[in-house]
Design a protein around this ligand. Structure first.
Ligand SMILES: [Zn+2]
Ligand SMILES: [Zn+2]
Length: 213
């Protein structure tokens, strides 16, 4: 007859069968006062509130201990260099896969990825070390880059008027070629939006051949 026994939850006041209550030592019937569902809700609330508090605490701590954290991080890295390297290696395939997916599915990411790759390459060719993020260096956002370049998508290539550009078949072209730059300022200037357009891969190839000649 046990299965017909019920108990009223102290919180939601519903009368429920006993299997809706968790065990608890020290109560008269050995069960909790509140039902599993109510406990779950309670836990979730508690967890979220605590998470918020904990995040705020961490944020404040980080703000007040910038130098300390820097030193600690450096020390930790030096001490665990091998471990960190192994972990990085282990994570690499997954990271590459995520990147591949993102390049395929996220046109904004794709354009930014290609642009930043090209920018660091130009920096490197002049012996300039990269300092800050791509967006900080060029001064525009990924969205602004996308907004500017996407006007070329779905239209024929400006040079050959032959190929309709898509997000998958195009090259980002520097109207004034980046190869003329001599300084970091030149590179930044030539990477501004008004010097960027999309052309088809074939035209891009013949253009870079001409420059290299
Ligand atoms: Zn309840
Ligand atoms: Zn073309």
């Amino acid at each position: 007859m046990e299965s017909t026994q019920t108990k009223t939850c102290s919180r939601c006041k519903k009368e429920l069968s006993l299997d809706n209550f968790g065990l608890r030592k020290g109560t008269k019937d050995g069960l909790r006062y509140e039902c599993k569902k109510c406990r779950k809700i309670e836990w979730k609330k508690y967890y979220q509130e605590n998470k918020k508090k904990e995040n705020n605490r961490k944020k404040t701590y980080r703000r007040h201990n910038v130098e300390k954290i820097k030193i600690y991080t450096k020390k930790y890295y030096q001490k665990n260099r091998a471990k960190i390297k192994t972990r990085k290696e282990e994570y690499k395939p997954r990271k590459n896969e995520l990147k591949r997916q993102k390049l395929k599915n996220d046109p904004i990411y794709k354009l930014r990825y290609n642009m930043s790759k090209a920018l660091w390459k130009s920096f490197k060719s002049l012996g300039i070390s990269k300092n800050g993020t791509f967006n900080e260096s060029v001064g525009y956002s990924n969205q602004e880059l996308y907004n500017h370049l996407s006007q070329y998508i779905g239209k024929p290539c400006e040079d050959c008027k032959d190929v309709v550009l898509t997000i998958d078949t195009h090259h980002i072209d520097h109207i004034i070629p980046i190869s003329v730059s001599k300084t970091k300022d030149d590179i930044i200037k030539l990477n501004q939006l008004d010097n960027l357009r999309l052309i088809c891969p074939t035209c891009n190839m013949s253009k870079s051949d001409k420059i290299n000649e």
